[in-house]
Design a protein around this ligand. Structure first.
Ligand SMILES: [Zn+2]
Length: 158
């Protein structure tokens, strides 16, 4: 069947940075999302996939805005190491609260002089992305998936 609103789409994909370095890809399991404006995937990719069938591919260059967005300087914080729940290492991820009390993930990007730089931006924020994907499965969504507004698959937790 073709991809249309309220189908569940499985994709294998590869993401590249501007210099065509592979930065992310599906490995064992495809990426699964509910199609039709549920925010399950980048909207421009969703648009390009509309009407495609199993085996079809897309190869798209996404602007920063169409991918993970610009880097938000407000999400970068410097904390005293002694205030952190564990000894930070570059690459370690902490759960943290922003000024509005929203919980987010913060990546340690730098450590110096007893302080750590914590970055709450997506690791690919600020990057133009090349997104190459193949449709591996399409099926109608279940009523439960439509009620929840997302696909249910392996690894989906409630
Ligand atoms: Zn659900």
């Amino acid at each position: 069947m073709a991809i249309e609103k309220n189908t569940v789409v499985s994709l294998s994909y590869k993401m590249y940075d501007e210099k065509n370095n592979l930065i992310d890809q599906t490995v064992d399991e495809p990426m699964v999302y509910l199609h039709g404006g549920y925010d399950g995937i980048f909207p421009v990719v969703e648009e390009a996939l509309h009407g495609k069938n199993i085996g079809d591919t897309v190869d798209m260059h996404l602007s920063v805005e169409d991918a993970f967005g610009e880097i938000d300087a407000d999400l970068i914080r410097v904390e005293d190491i002694k205030n952190l729940p564990e000894t930070p290492k570059v690459g370690l991820i902490f759960e943290g609260e922003d000024e509005t009390g929203e919980i987010g993930l913060y990546r340690v990007t730098e450590i110096a002089d007893g302080k750590a730089v914590l970055d709450g931006n997506h690791p690919f924020a600020g990057m133009k992305i090349r997104f190459v994907a193949e449709v591996v499965a399409v099926r109608p969504a279940t009523n439960e998936e439509l009620a929840h507004g997302h696909a249910h698959s392996h690894g989906h937790h409630h």
